[in-house]
Each structure stands twice: as structure tokens, then as C-alpha cells.
Design a protein around this ligand. Structure first.
Ligand code: PMV
Length: 325
């Protein structure tokens, strides 16, 4: 029975979250904690899924029912990815059904983008199974469509990180995906212990923008400017300036209302301990903060995050994009 294993990296938003949903650029890096997905061909017309990390075990469905009916949360992204792929390329007499198993090196609670990584893995594995050799952009487009089908909104930055890896300058929907040739970043990650609800936070920011359009648009434009500036600084390996721009970005995220005490405690503790800069990463409300610090300050920043009640997660940046194992 044919079996394919693929893996895709998790991601961390470096700068530009929320504004990126409104067509401003962001910077995103892929991290070396990966999601692995195995696909096996079945000789019955069934879709089967085992994704224990998201509490989905022994999930089974007739192929004709894919994407229909009540779909449990833990199965949604993978099932819609299969649906979108099969809408494009139907099953053959040789591939009558499929079984998918996912396993993540990182907790789905961290906000490292496990849903998007699983979607990208499905599309890559199906492309391989059907010998289609889809290009990275084709994998991106089908994966992004899937994320929008399930989630309703989003920029696709997490999909880009999973497909392309590395560190990218990114504009919504993949209008621009520019790989940045940079060194490994001295990034320190602190997990707040709280799972962020990305969709709710996006809609809260949208409400704020409806109420104060000029002010919030001004914030988005300022974030755009700082991202452009930060890109130049990053390419020049000027991490001190990059850190300062992270701090400015955090100020704007605070103004958008997506920071909270726990995140702020970890952020201020990191800065006091010697980080060049620190900010929340992603939607806010929970998940992780990131800090950039000179190597000699790493230990004190890590300790400061722990003292502020955070959990330090070791990651390396610029990880490889989706690949066959
Ligand atoms: O919560 P995360 O890590 O998926 O990040 C969300 C970032 C947003 O800009 C708020 C949404 C998006 O899709 O870009």
C-alpha cells in the first residue's frame, strides 16, 4: 500500500500582524518545530483521519460525504484540504480512499500554525500521490483557499511559512512572498499558557476599525512603514534597530487592543533583562511573545520570561518549507 510522509514547519509572526489582514506587509519566519503527516491509499471509498494532537482519533467518512455534514473541529482543516484537492483532481480506481495521520512536534496551543501546516501537508502529499508535482504557488493557493473556507478570514502568512519556509516579507493572499536571505535570528519565545482565538481577535479589531476608521487606518499605515523599515534593518543584520521596531509594533498592537497583562509582563520582563525588543506574535490575547536579544543576554531574558509566568519554547528560525520525508 502506497504511503507518503511529508512535514511542514510552524511559524512565528515577526512584525505586522493584524495590519496584514488589511493588505499591509508583514514579516514571518518558519520555525524548526514541524508537523508530520502520513498519507496512505485505501482500497475502500473512505476518508480516515487520526490526529491525536487535536483530539481526533479514528475519524471515518465516506468519500462522497467529504466537506459535508457536521465536521468536528479537529478534522475541519484536513477534511476541507482533501475536499478542495479532490474538487480539482478526482480520485482514481487506484486511489479509492485515503487515510491521513498527523503528528506535531509542537502543541497546537502555541499558535505556531498547526492548522495551516496540516493543510499544506495534505496538499503536498496529495500532489505527490497523484504525481501532479504542484508548484509551491499552486500549493499555497489551494491551501490558502482551504484556510479561508474553514476560518472565513486571514492573510495566509502562516500558509506561506509552511510552504516556503525561511523568513518572508509577505502580503495578503500571497500577492508578494519575498524570501529574505538572513542569518538565524536570536529569537526567544515565551508561551503565555493561554490559547489565542484568532478569529475572535480579528473581528474585535475589525469592530474597532469600524468605530474609529481614521485612527485604525493610521495605525495600519504606521505598521506598514515600520515593517518596510524593519525589512531593511533585518537584511543589514541590524538587530538592535529591528528590536526597537518590534517595541514600536507592540505599542500599536496594544492600541489595537490585542495585548493583555500576561503578554505585557513577559514583554517588559524581556526588555528589562536586556532584549533589544519584544512583542506579542500572532493574533494576541494569548499564545506567544517573541524577544530578540544579543546572545549574551539570552539566559537572563529566558529567566525573566519564566519569572513573569511564561514558558520558554526553544525554536530555530528560517526552517525549511514543506518537504517529503
Ligand atoms: O493567531 P495567529 O498566530 O494565527 O496569527 C494571526 C495573525 C493575524 O494577522 C491577526 C491574522 C492573519 O491571518 O494574518
Amino acid at each position: 500500500m502506497k504511503k507518503i510522509i511529508v512535514s511542514a514547519p510552524g511559524k512565528l509572526m515577526l512584525l505586522g500582524e493584524h495590519a496584514v489582514v488589511y493588505n499591509k506587509p508583514c514579516l514571518v519566519t518558519a520555525v524548526d518545530q514541524r508537523l508530520r503527516l502520513t498519507i496512505e491509499v485505501l482500497n475502500i471509498q473512505e476518508f480516515q483521519l487520526d490526529a491525536p494532537d487535536v483530539d481526533t482519533v479514528n475519524y471515518k467518512k465516506q468519500i462522497v460525504g467529504i466537506g459535508k455534514g457536521n465536521i468536528p473541529k479537529g478534522a475541519k482543516f484536513v477534511e476541507f484540504a482533501i475536499k478542495n484537492f479532490l474538487d480539482r483532481t478526482p480520485l482514481t480506481p487506484f486511489i479509492r480512499g485515503i487515510k491521513i495521520t498527523t503528528k506535531s512536534e509542537f502543541s497546537s496551543r502555541f499558535g505556531f500554525g498547526s492548522s495551516s501546516a496540516s493543510v499544506v501537508c495534505v496538499i503536498k502529499a496529495m500532489s505527490e500521490l497523484f504525481n501532479l508535482n504542484l508548484s509551491p504557488k499552486e500549493i499555497f493557493d489551494l491551501s490558502y483557499k482551504t484556510v479561508l473556507d474553514v476560518q472565513g478570514a486571514g492573510s495566509g502568512f502562516d500558509v506561506a511559512a509552511a510552504v516556503y519556509g525561511g523568513t518572508n516579507y509577505f502580503i495578503k493572499g500571497g500577492k508578494t512572498i519575498e524570501p529574505l536571505t538572513i542569518n538565524q535570528l536570536p529569537l526567544i519565545v515565551g508561551y503565555s499558557g493561554v490559547k489565542a482565538d484568532t478569529v475572535t481577535l480579528m473581528s474585535e479589531v475589525k469592530e474597532k476599525a469600524n468605530k474609529y476608521p481614521k485612527i485604525i487606518e493610521g495605525i495600519y499605515s504606521s505598521i506598514e512603514e515600520l515593517v518596510e523599515f524593519a525589512k531593511v534593518k533585518l537584511l543589514a543584520n541590524d538587530l538592535r534597530s529591528f528590536g526597537e521596531l518590534m517595541n514600536i509594533n507592540q505599542g500599536y498592537l496594544n492600541a489595537l487592543g490585542v495585548s493583555n497583562n500576561k503578554l505585557a509582563d513577559m514583554i517588559y520582563a524581556s526588555r528589562i533583562a536586556g532584549a533589544y525588543g519584544a512583542k506579542l506574535s500572532g493574533a494576541g490575547g494569548g499564545d506567544c511573545i517573541i524577544a530578540i536579544a544579543p546572545e549574551e543576554k539570552r539566559i537572563s531574558v529566558e529567566k525573566a520570561i519564566q519569572q513573569a509566568g511564561g514558558e520558554v519554547i526553544k525554536v530555530k528560525t528560517n526552517a525549511k518549507g514543506v518537504k517529503i520525508e
